[in-house]
Design a protein around this ligand. Sequence first.
Ligand SMILES: [Zn+2]
Length: 172
Amino acid sequence: MKARQLGERDGWTCWLCGGAIDPALPPASRFAGTVDHVVPRSRGGRTEGGNLRLAHRTCNGHRADTLPELWWPEEFAALDASSLWTTIARLVRRPGSSELAAVFPTEALARRASAWAVEQACSFVGGDWMGWVEPVNVGHACAVHLSVEGGSDPGRPKVADARAGRRYRSRR
Ligand SMILES: [Zn+2]
């Protein structure tokens, strides 16, 4: 799949920084669209539609072969959370297991966060995701737990929704 096909599929937006990509730029430009692997090839990521996203050349190069990070949107006011991507990646490797993904100050926020996380997970790696909420006995705080069956099918991204709340932070 070429950058142009990804642009037509997902819209001309860099999935790492969220910025616009100009399809008219010459391919060698720093800000031209390039094909990026969600799970890098060096980590076993496949070169097929569901694992490919459009990224600026400079963002793609900066990211190199690190995994992207997916952060909980600030509106959910997470009290304690790991990178959602890390949780998703771990769960996919252990189908049927579950994990506490994050803690939120109220049950209502936890329920919204749970629905959001399931949608993100489905759009990134496919599979049958479940999210549920349990109190943690600290004030009204509730934890979101996630589990998955399957998930080998990387699925098709829902770009307009998936972009919300996603930020990329490089790691050295
Ligand atoms: Zn970018």
